[in-house]
Design a protein around this ligand. Structure first.
Ligand SMILES: Cc1cc2nc3c(=O)[nH]c(=O)nc-3n(C[C@H](O)[C@H](O)[C@H](O)COP(=O)(O)O)c2cc1C
Length: 167
């Protein structure tokens, strides 16, 4: 086995690639992140965010967010929303991103995604080591496009989802 620095361990878990979006006080923001399933009943999903990020601040205020699970053809969006900071630029305008209204929350939904999941913050853990906060969101609405496919993030690279494995 190849020796790697310990930080590399955090990159060896295949993760979802999502863009979290939020709206508070008339401001909208969005950032690339990984989301993790917590429970089915009730339907809960967790995200871990650096507290200094513009989108984290919006989620902290609004206590709700959308999880836009990007489709294969939206890789460029994941890169853009994950490398530019919302304090400096309005990413939706700058990247000419088509959005639509959510049904139960105020955050904008990104069009053309594999899935759009609307969440209300059910609980949060503010003092996570390393300046992160964890938000557990309860799913309040959801839609998906079964004709598209999501992406996986692993070892700092993006991968397509392959075929189903069966025993
Ligand atoms: C694939 C990918 C996954 C990311 N996952 C997270 C994450 O889970 N939590 C986090 O705090 N930042 C994550 N980031 C970094 C943020 O998306 C990035 O810092 C972003 O520019 C923050 O935007 P904002 O300041 O407008 O909120 C990720 C970036 C990429 C490219």
């Amino acid at each position: 086995m190849v020796e790697r620095s310990l930080v590399q361990a955090t990159l060896q878990l295949p993760c979802s690639v999502v863009i979290l979006s939020a709206r508070a006080d008339g401001k909208e923001g969005a950032m690339t992140a990984c989301a993790m399933y917590v429970s089915q009943v009730p339907p809960l999903i967790a995200v871990s965010l650096s507290k200094t990020l513009a989108t984290s601040k919006l989620i902290e205020k609004a206590r709700e967010f959308a999880i836009n699970v990007i489709a294969e053809g939206q890789l460029d969006l994941a890169q853009k929303f994950g490398s530019v900071h919302g304090q400096e630029v309005d990413k939706f305008k700058e990247f000419k991103v088509a959005t639509e209204a959510a049904s139960k929350i105020k955050a904008p939904l990104i069009s053309g995604c594999f899935a759009n999941i609307e969440c209300k913050v059910k609980s949060s853990l503010w003092d996570v080591e390393g300046n992160h906060a964890i938000y557990v969101g309860e799913v309040v609405a959801f839609k998906m496009n079964e004709k598209s496919r999501p992406l996986v993030w692993l070892d700092n690279k993006y991968f397509r989802v392959g075929g189903e494995c069966r025993l």
